[in-house]
Write a protein that binds this ligand. Structure first.
Ligand code: GAL
Length: 679
């Protein structure tokens, strides 16, 4: 039959009649499945293990005084993914915070998501609140997600129940819960070419008369030969390794030119040496033992990592510090001979524990590789892990650190609470002022890293006490909520960052982490990891890798070796990115660069959908032609007059750098095909 207007109506009527009949039949014979029958193990949970017909702690499900026989007890942030394939009819549940939390203050939001669209939200719910009833029509829905999210910035006590929760569906359909699929890593960073490309910072600060240690880094085939013009008196360059050593007595700024040559070509770059009071002119880049090994750290693990820093090629991208965190000292009174015993000798000198039998040997080994080395201690009588601290031995310890050859000190508050008094602003600053004064006097440049979790708005006084960086938050974990919560919370701190003074949102959680001795792959998705590195680079944060370098996989290596992304972090201007625009989950951050360009991050914080983010030059208060480069892909994408739109994946980022160019030049570049037309 040919379909024309008239018989189309007849067809529509017949189809309507048939579907109405079958709908009625289906209505009467719908089946019901309780979500606890689909397997509580499929419901992920931010703490503990989800339980069928019980709360997360294993008690009867109870919300606002009402008990339920069935359901799933879980914990924010969690999710259950259920495949319906269009066979579902209705979802029903009562939701709320389980009464077992009492007055401890749990809160959360419950979301019902149908094919990536939020179709029901409970809003914020708190403990003791009456259960809310959910009824959602599932007609045509392929995939249902039941999501619980923390509501107040942390997930403490967020015990969340999906009670009396069931789905009706057509008979014979397979309704099953699946583990949320784990997205596959994808690599964007191009492999470095074989010709030389100079990497690392373009500026380096040193105090007059102190030992100078800097390794010029470059990618490209080896052997490579380094030369430098304009080196101030007192310094020399080793042409094979690129290592500059010696000392400079006269203050001043020295402009040098570095050349790197190999069989495939030659690269040249300006490098400024600033001899003065400020060191750490670009954010420190390196490794720290805490996020992987915690107290399982020992001499061998540190050496293995340092060696791997060289063997993996990371050193050629500017990664330079190998930092030992807590647990290298002795823990007095501990039965374990590896860590117990007197913490100091009869003269009060620190004695490292048996896992660090030769501290000077270790630092020499690391220096000989062309790297620097860092240590850790607390201003209190003990560290966080109750190993000995520097309390009443500050000067002696700082001299010891310098003698051992350390280049970096993380000074972690922790045990200081025992002696600090009331934690007034003065109490908070006292130990940091003291160590700051001492470090200025020792005859070695030691990067001073303040760790007191952002208390007393440390960003306002960290630089005054001599700090080169200061932690702005508590400890990071390898979850989206932790990483993104911390990272995006830095938005108002941009004014406190400058060369030598950096906000520190904690160390990186890519690769294998685990806080020792057992490690797991970072639970961040690949897109979340791109966001992590991009954001930390835009924020001019210290970049401290927290995984064992010798166990790096290809994806993690690619994240840590994108020189154009790292250059954003190491830019000599030392500005921190500002949040330019926030539209729901869509955020635009921009960082001014020394050469007049801007580095821009387009972030999508939405949990379910990719988003198109429109970057307009007017948002950046700019109004001319810009050449736009995709930094992760290291590719120019065009010349744009007003701005650019980009599709950004869930929890992902598009990282750009834009350079202003005159209109005539822009037109000419397009004409000769040097740059593609905008897409
Ligand atoms: C915490 C600090 C961590 C780690 C740990 C060691 O206070 O924030 O980064 O150093 O102590 O015990």
């Amino acid at each position: 039959m040919r379909i024309n207007k008239k018989n189309l109506l007849i067809v529509m009527f017949l189809v309507g009649a048939v579907s109405a009949t079958s709908f009625c039949e289906v209505q009467t014979s719908l089946k019901k499945v309780y979500i606890d029958e689909l397997g509580a193990s499929k419901a992920t949970s931010g703490w503990g293990t989800s339980q069928a017909n019980k709360s997360i702690d294993g008690y009867p499900l109870r919300i606002g005084g009402r008990e339920f026989d069935r359901g799933i007890g879980t914990h924010a942030n969690g999710r259950m993914v259920i495949e319906l394939n269009g066979a579902g009819k209705e979802f029903h549940a009562f939701v709320g915070i389980d009464d077992e939390v009492g007055d401890l203050g749990g809160d959360a939001e419950f979301l019902v998501v149908a094919d990536s669209k939020i179709v029901w939200s409970s809003g914020r719910m708190e403990g003791r609140q009456e259960a809310k009833e959910v009824n959602v029509d599932l007609t045509g829905v392929k995939q249902l997600q039941l999501v619980v999210k923390q509501a107040d910035g942390d997930n403490y006590h967020d015990h969340t129940d999906w009670a009396d929760a069931w789905i009706t569906h057509v008979p014979g359909a397979t309704i099953k819960a699946i583990m949320p699929p784990k997205p596959k890593p994808y690599i964007l960073t191009p492999r470095p070419g074989s010709a030389p490309r100079i990497t690392g910072p373009k500026i380096f600060g040193v105090r007059p008369g102190n030992p100078f240690l800097f390794t010029v880094t470059a990618t490209g085939d080896r052997p490579m030969n380094f030369e430098i013009k304009g080196l101030p008196q007192g310094l020399k360059l080793d042409s094979k390794s690129g290592r500059i050593t010696g000392k400079v007595d006269s203050r001043g700024e020295y402009k040098t030119t570095i050349t790197a040559t190999n069989s495939k070509g030659k690269a040249e770059r300006e490098f400024r040496i600033v001899v003065g009071d400020t060191i750490c002119l670009t954010p420190p880049m390196g490794w720290n033992s805490w996020n992987c090994w915690a107290c399982a750290v020992d001499d061998e693990k540190v050496r293995t990592t340092a060696k791997a820093m060289v063997d993996s090629g990371l050193i050629n991208h500017g990664w330079s510090y190998i930092n030992i965190d807590d647990c290298w000292m002795r823990k007095e009174g501990d039965d374990d001979p590896a860590i117990g015993g007197p913490a100091r000798d009869s003269e009060g000198n620190l004695i490292p524990n048996a896992k660090f039998p030769d501290m000077k040997g270790l630092t020499d080994y690391i220096h000989d590789l062309g790297l620097k080395v860092g240590t850790y201690i607390s201003p209190g009588p003990t560290t966080c892990q109750r190993y000995v601290g520097s309390w009443e031995h500050e000067l002696q310890d700082a001299i010891q650190f310098a003698q051992w050859g350390f280049d970096y000190l993380k000074y972690d508050w922790c045990g200081y609470s025992k002696v600090s008094g009331n934690k007034t602003q003065q109490d908070l600053q006292r130990p940091y002022i003291l160590m700051g004064q001492i470090l200025k006097k020792v005859d070695r440049d030691i990067v001073y890293s303040l760790c007191q979790y952002g208390w007393g708005e440390v960003w306002k006084w960290g630089a005054d006490v001599g700090g080169n960086c200061w932690r702005t938050t508590g400890d990071i974990r390898d979850t989206w909520d932790s990483m993104a919560g911390i990272g995006f919370r830095q938005a108002d701190l941009y004014q406190y960052a400058s060369p030598g003074h950096w906000n520190d949102p904690d160390m990186l959680v890519v690769g294998k982490v685990g806080w020792g001795p057992n490690l797991h792959d970072s639970r961040l998705t690949p897109d979340e990891q791109y966001t992590h590195i991009s954001l930390w680079c835009l924020l001019s944060s210290p970049l401290l890798i927290g995984c064992p370098i010798e166990q790096l996989d290809e994806f993690t290596l690619s994240l840590l070796t994108n020189d154009e992304v790292l250059q954003v972090n190491q830019d000599p201007l030392g500005k921190q990115a500002r949040r330019i625009k926030k539209d729901g989950p869509k955020e635009i951050w921009a960082k001014e660069m020394e050469d007049g360009s801007m580095a821009v991050g387009l972030f999508n914080r939405d949990d379910f959908d990719s988003r198109t983010i429109e970057l307009r030059w007017s948002d950046l208060k700019l109004n001319q032609f810009y050449r736009v480069r995709d930094l992760w892909r290291q590719k120019d994408i065009g010349v744009y007059e007003d701005g650019i739109d980009a599709i950004v994946p869930v929890h992902g980022v598009v990282m750009l750098r834009i350079w202003p160019i005159p209109k005539t030049a822009a037109m000419q570049m397009r004409k000769i095909g040097k740059l593609p037309e905008p897409k």
